[in-house]
Design a protein around this ligand. Structure first.
Ligand code: BGC
Length: 787
């Protein structure tokens, strides 16, 4: 069963495709002749042994017609069909004719088996298909949206989420995911910050590696591992004004230092595929950018997997102004694209381009080879049905074991932004008012890009709280407000089956009911914020505050004088200046996945002590954007820490420079004190390792985890350097009263950066080290890097 979001997305995208490409599959005479002569190729002995694999691929390519070759480069979206009916679809005919290399957006073992059977029994060369899907943050068992997951700063946990997603997806027929998305972004207006890991290139790189390891493990041919796809290459997170698909323009030095490292980390971790991004890079769309896809990706970084476009990425180059479909398809192939997602520019134009010498057969063969290699590595030639074991599908997906793990992950990804007077944790007694348009909205808990999630089975806030308290407390519920006063805005933000039906009552009536139950309660839990589709693809916002209807509700609740806990739903950093001033406790739950409600209850009632820390800066207002912790100092920095305006310094007349919540920030129910920062030397020689240690004590009343963060500032450089850069982190557990010494090691490798000639170098001289609980509160010390 495919959920509604999925169908909708596919439908909308299909319409776009129809509008932008008029492509057809014509079989030429030579191919018609060949089609009747079916070579007998025995794939049974094919193993992913490299030499053997190359030999087999050579012989396969040598018997392929041009149509069959171009077919391997073609990745249409399957469209939905009823089980048992695959053979009567349009797609089936194309598969039979060898005109399709893989499919995506197809769910269930039965359906996947059906189409695979057509490929390996009916097509001339019996080449198996590859099956892709956007398995982004879990499959049916759904983890927090990637931005939320990144706030756990727990690489082992993150890796395990990807591994579990691979296990579930592969049990359902999928062998390729379009993940991890590692686009660094400094702009919370961009809706897709929800899909990434925040603003830091180093942390983003560590997460990229963990995700790739999780999906692919050490052997792609295992039936429970899948091929990963790092995306969107490159710089998609820097679209101007945060408007999706918009122009990107940045200096190479910024690119190399701040935006490229996570993609490179994924390549180094062995990611099998790369997706080209929609945006332009240096004036050429990524999909047609040879510098990006060949010179950098393959020649400099040594990537040897295949490159797929994003959805209709080739066709969109027409609107970018790069030429007609034939021109842009040739441009993409020549730039280094191997597989064409959806647009069918390759299958419909490359034959003509070949006859006009605009592309070479060698380039086509190279692309075909890379796709066949991936199929070999996945073990599909040995057994095309490797990922379609019905028994696995029935027993390994959305299991209680997996959901238990997802609950743990969700609680590790909730950030405590404020907790005045220790409002949290709350007690399982008395009366609890649960209020807000997101309190009883299970279909919104998984967040954006959760195409396989059974939305109705996700645990809502209300259900989580109710089952946690049982009979020991009374739970009252009121919706309190609609998501927004603006119906049309609300409809846009609740698309794809994630609607939160508008209440027929007036705003006043709803508010009155909420205030009335709140007044009868001991504590108020307000589930408020963005709906799931208010972030994600094509969900940019210029006003990133909580919609006014909900802000009004929140203030009315605060006015009751009862303690209010704001349980915040959001796919991006929001502007929370007003809430930070007025609401005593704020717990950011992002969209925590299928187990949101239970995990939230674990945190609210203190069974889990929150330890997550934000990975993207929360601004005070939209005007501060782009705002990020690792900025440069400028020639006129504002040195006063009180934030007072100083004429002719780099600051604003109307708002202070610092963000509301800095990168790395997040509270705990306990407190941690940092003492005794010490460096093993103040004069570090190039061949030495610097040891940095600090004593951390759990000085509060709860056991808890702390993310200890290490930042470095390069004080003088041949190019200007950021005021701080994350260089390491450790997540430690301390019992109440316990002290631990945490030690970091730094070598010249960690001090390297790209200089103005784009060489990766370190430079001798002074450095400052910062260790602390977030990017702003830390202890510091200095050392000198010497010869
Ligand atoms: C998105 C990709 C996604 C692809 C396939 C595109 O619109 O940009 O992230 O993988 O669709 O669904």
């Amino acid at each position: 069963m495919i959920n509604t979001l999925y169908k909708h997305t596919t439908l909308v995208k299909k319409l776009i495709v129809l509008a932008i490409c008029g492509c057809s599959f014509a079989m030429n005479a030579q191919e018609k002749k060949l089609n009747s002569k079916k070579p007998t190729i025995d794939y049974s002995a094919y193993k992913a042994d490299k030499v053997e694999m190359n030999r087999k691929i050579d012989s396969l390519i040598s018997v392929m017609t041009l149509t069959e070759k171009l077919g391997q480069l073609n990745l249409p979206s399957s469209g939905d069909f009823t089980t048992g009916q695959a053979k009567s679809t349009d797609v089936a005919k194309k598969i039979e004719e060898g005109k399709i290399g893989g499919l995506f957006n197809i769910k269930t073992v039965e359906k996947i088996r059906e189409v695979q059977k057509i490929a390996v029994e009916k097509s001339r060369l019996k080449i198996p298909l590859i099956f892709g899907m956007d398995v982004i943050h879990g499959y049916e068992t759904t983890f927090p949206i990637p931005l939320g997951l990144s706030t756990s700063w727990d690489m082992a946990l993150i890796e395990k989420t990807a591994q579990m997603a691979a296990m579930e997806a592969s049990a359902d027929g999928i062998n390729w995911t379009f993940s991890p998305m590692v686009d660094v972004s400094r702009d919370p207006r961009w809706g897709r910050v929800s899909e990434g890991n925040g603003e830091d290139a180093y942390l983003g790189g560590e997460i990229a590696k963990a995700m790739v390891r999780g999906y692919q493990q050490d052997d792609l041919s295992k039936s429970n591992t899948i091929l990963a796809c790092v995306k969107h290459f490159a710089l998609y997170g820097a679209s101007e004004a945060g408007r999706d698909y918009n122009t990107v323009d940045m200096s190479r030095i910024r690119m190399y230092n701040d935006y490229l490292p996570p993609y490179k980390a994924a390549i180094e971790a062995g990611v099998g595929t790369v997706m080209a991004s929609f945006n332009e890079v240096d004036g050429i769309p990524a999909t047609g950018n040879k510098w990006l896809l060949t010179d950098l990706l393959r020649d400099q970084w040594g990537f040897d997997g295949f490159v797929v476009t994003d959805y209709t990425g080739i066709n969109e180059m027409i609107a970018h102004g790069m030429g007609d479909l034939q021109t842009v398809s040739a441009l993409a192939l020549n730039a280094g694209v191997d597989m064409d997602m959806v647009g069918e520019g390759f299958v419909s134009t490359l034959e003509k381009s070949l006859s006009e010498d605009k592309v070479s057969e060698e380039s086509i063969d190279k692309a075909v080879r890379r796709i066949l290699e991936a199929k070999f590595q996945l073990g599909l030639f040995e057994d095309p049905y490797r990922y379609t074991d019905k028994e696995r599908a029935d027993s390994e997906i959305f299991t209680s074991v997996n959901r238990k793990f997802a609950r743990e992950v969700a609680s590790q990804s909730m950030v405590l932004l404020k907790n005045e007077n220790n409002v949290l944790p709350i007690k399982r007694s008395g009366t609890i008012a649960v209020v807000g348009p997101l309190a009883n909205a299970s279909n919104n808990m998984a967040g954006t890009w959760s195409v396989a999630t059974p939305q109705d089975k996700s645990i809502s806030v209300l259900d989580g709280i109710k089952s946690a308290v049982g009979k020991s407390a009374k739970v009252l519920y009121a919706k309190g407000s609609n998501l927004s006063y603006d119906k049309e805005f609300e409809a846009r933000g609740t698309a794809f089956g994630k609607d939160i039906p508008r209440d027929g009552r007036s705003d006043e009536e709803m508010l009155k009911e909420a205030v009335s139950i709140a007044s009868k309660s001991d504590v108020i839990v307000a589930a408020i914020g963005e709906a799931a589709e208010m972030s994600g693809e094509s969900s940019s916002r210029t006003d990133i505050s909580i919609p006014k209807a909900q802000r009004d509700l929140l203030q009315a609740l605060v006015k009751t004088g009862k303690p209010v806990v704001l349980v915040l739903f959001n796919g991006r950093p929001l502007v929370l200046t007003e809430e930070d001033k007025t609401v005593p406790a704020i717990l950011d739950v992002w969209f925590a996945g299928s187990e949101t409600g239970d995990a939230l209850a674990d945190v609210l009632f203190g069974d889990v002590n929150p330890s997550a820390k934000i990975t993207a800066t929360f601004p005070r207002n939209v005007g501060q954007i782009p705002i990020y912790y690792n900025h440069k100092n400028t020639g006129r920095p504002l040195e006063n820490k009180e934030g007072e305006f100083v004429k002719f310094r780099s600051n604003y007349l109307d708002v202070r420079n610092e963000p509301l919540y800095p990168f790395g920030y997040g509270l705990s129910y306990t407190t941690f004190s940092y003492k005794n920062l010490s460096l093993s030397t103040e004069q570090l020689a190039e061949n030495e390792t610097l040891k940095i240690s600090v004593d951390i004590t759990n000085s509060g009343n709860y056991d808890g985890k702390e993310v200890v963060q290490l930042y470095v500032r390069d004080l003088v450089g041949s190019v200007t350097r950021p005021v701080k850069e994350l260089k390491g982190f450790q997540k430690i557990f301390l019992k109440k009263g316990e002290m631990k010494t945490v030690t970091f090691e730094l070598s010249v490798e960690d001090l390297k950066f790209y200089n103005s000639s784009l060489e990766h170098v370190y430079e001798l001289g002074g450095f400052e080290v910062f260790v602390g609980t977030n990017s702003e509160e830390n202890l510091n010390a200095k050392f000198e890097l010497v010869k």
